[in-house]
Design a protein around this ligand. Structure first.
Ligand code: ZN
Length: 153
């Protein structure tokens, strides 16, 4: 009898484990981290190019080096808070002007450091991603305690 109970308990554990693993995929974690990074960047409150505030325009998190570069994907230095118009009708359409803008915005030194970092190969394991997400969540929790969470959307 006891053995039977234990056996079914083991079965339940395995079912939960499977469900947990299904939800905790690398892609799922990347999505969650992207969302938090985007919130942080948009919380800067205005468009880095035209200066319009969050009350006038919808701000977006624009990546300087593409999100394909996993070494800088979650790096806030690699992100700009841009309004939709500046993001899609300018940054994506005028790559040369955008590059010039970014160099001015960051300064030559920070720009070249970021460029160096973007060329590195970064492989995030499931564990790395989970750790990083936990770290961001903890940091966000602390910030929320100071009443900053309300400005993030
Ligand atoms: Zn703008």
């Amino acid at each position: 009898m006891r053995l039977e109970v234990n056996r079914s308990y083991g079965k339940i554990c395995r079912v939960y484990e499977k469900e947990y693993m299904k939800k905790t995929t690398k892609r799922g974690l990347i999505k969650k981290i992207d969302k938090i990074v985007s919130e942080h960047v948009r919380a800067r409150g205005s468009c880095a190019r035209c200066g319009k505030g969050a009350e006038q325009v919808t701000l977006q998190c624009a990546h300087i080096f593409s999100r394909r570069n996993m070494s800088v994907r979650f790096d806030e230095e690699n992100c700009l808070s841009l309004c939709f118009a500046c993001h899609f009708h300018w940054a994506h359409r005028e790559p040369i002007l955008f590059t010039e803008f970014v160099k001015n915005y960051l300064g030559e030194e920070r720009f070249s450091q970021l460029m160096m970092k973007s060329t590195m190969i970064k492989k995030w394991s499931l564990y790395d991603l989970q750790q990083y997400l936990d770290e961001l969540t903890t940091r966000r929790g602390k910030k929320a305690g100071y009443g900053l969470a309300g400005s993030i959307h």
